[in-house]
Design a protein around this ligand. Sequence first.
Ligand code: TPP
Ligand code: MG
Length: 323
Amino acid sequence: MKNAPSTEELKDIHYKMVVTRELEEVLGAYAKEGKTRGPIHRCDGQEAVGVAACAALRTDDYVCTTHRGHHVYVGKGLSARGIIAEIFGRETGYCKGRGGHMLLGDVSTGMLGGNAIVGAGIPAATGMALSIQILKQDRVSMVVFGDGAAQTGICHEAMNMAGLWKLPVIFLLENNQYGLTVRQEVQSPVADLSIRAAGYDMPGEIVDGNDAEAVYRAVAVAAERARRGEGPSLIEAKTYRVKGFSTSDMGGYQSDEEMAPWLERDPIKLLSAKLTALVGADAVLAIEAEACAEVARAFEAALSDPFPTFEIHAPSAAYSETL
Ligand SMILES: Cc1ncc(C[n+]2csc(CCOP(=O)(O)OP(=O)(O)O)c2C)c(N)n1
Ligand SMILES: [Mg+2]
């Protein structure tokens, strides 16, 4: 079927989704022991959105994401070792330990950054698309952003500009139904945010965000359209945040009844079942075991890596004279 991922691609997506889940599980354990700094935003249950979307793009396509971007980092091809080292402030991290888990980027894989400012990736990706258009490059840019970010003013300014100038940008709205503690219906008068695409003359589509294959196909179609010069697309991936907002969230506002069907439709479980039918249970278990082993090796290596050293420069004589 056109734009469907191959079995090899599905295996790679599964591997990266398990790497993301395991990385967050271990990270969560370190956070509980007080060994991480600042809040950690987990994307459990949302792995298919970031990983499968990036799988449908090329390495030199540009991607930026949110404060909850581990699946996008892994999906775009960043190593678990470099991500973990960055989160733990080590010199071997992608930003030499200066960025941390929300501000991680890697130019060589087109992963142009997470962002702690809600909505800020949307104009950034739009600007990247404008540069692609001006430089006549065979590239696209994609931004993954949340339902909360979709309510910001800058989101609408950027989408308007992208629609007007037919920019090669994919707006991938990861609708996990919560912005902090606030449910989506309290943030927006419409349940399906994808309908807003009509206002900017771009296609708007809803996909099952827990179905990796569906996410891949929607992004592949949007990328083809962008490469043909036909402009932006809005894809709303419906998913659910099965953990609290972050490690600092006290919780208590997401009921078990609300969560149960989403836990049942865990994206890793769904892809595991699909792959088992294609390549057999042993092959799937081997993929999962290797993904977990990579994460274990990555934590071991990264946590032995050095912290950055800082040189303190004395002010120059000329500067001192001005004081
Ligand atoms: C400009 C700005 N306003 C407010 C915040 C505080 N804040 C951090 S995350 C968040 C909610 C974001 O919700 P959503 O976009 O749905 O992302 P999710 O956390 O669900 O992945 C808010 C309001 C911020 N970081 N930046
Ligand atoms: Mg949200």
